[in-house]
Design a protein around this ligand. Sequence first.
Ligand code: UDP
Ligand code: MG
Length: 256
Amino acid sequence: MKLSIVVPVYNEEESIEIFIKEVEEKTKSLPLEKIFYFVNDGSTDKTLKIIKKLAEKRDDIQYISFSRNFGKEAALLAGLEVAVGDFVTIMDVDLQDPPEMLPEMFEKLQEGYDVVGTRRTSRTGEPPIRSFFAKLFYKIINKISKTQIVDGARDYRLMTRQVVDSILKLQESNRFSKGLFSWVGYEVTYLEYENRERSRGQTSWSFWSLLRYSVDGFVNFSELPLNIATFVGILCFFISANCKMKLATLSQAKNI
Ligand code: UDP
Ligand code: MG
């Protein structure tokens, strides 16, 4: 049985080799043949060069490379599209997704679950402003969306082939994976862990990219923004119709 490990990477030259070594070491007990699928998301450092070199030497390391930076969501989709095998996992390359959890996640699949997700129970080490907005985001989206988005849930998850195929059937072009993963349903369980800091490098998410990401979440998984736009449209129509009527009466009065 095969496990594909999908890894989006953007300017991660320092992390790739450490990541592969760590995953191999921590998943020795997994009775699965592993294949790494790196998705180079338009890196401008030596990321692509390093991946190419590794892929030349090893059949279990494959890669796709984007012509520019399209964002993690696009990289995840491309990775899931090429991933083969009975099981697929998604992991960040910075080791914030603990690889030692994979054997336990696999055990859960054996118990009958289709998806084993992971959830951070803390955000220690993260800038407080980012934690504040993240908490606010989860609170709002879970109030206005019918799709449950678990607070602290990571993209790091282990899925069966059937689940991956269902996700790939969704034709959304502006993807908000956290929502799509939840929307497809299936038997899902979450394993929890304490937040980890990045092993190397820096996060590439700026405040604005996170804000755009959360707006995507709201727009894709709630009708509220559309309803607000409709309501504002109708309100504008009545206000302008009322103004027009007043103007017409005024000009009529002047003619008299
Ligand atoms: N990443 C990506 N494209 C981007 C930004 C990030 O492929 O535009 C990758 C990155 O290399 C890493 C993962 O997505 O493997 C998570 O990124 P990061 O650690 O910067 O996010 P954070 O952990 O701060 O949420
Ligand atoms: Mg990270």
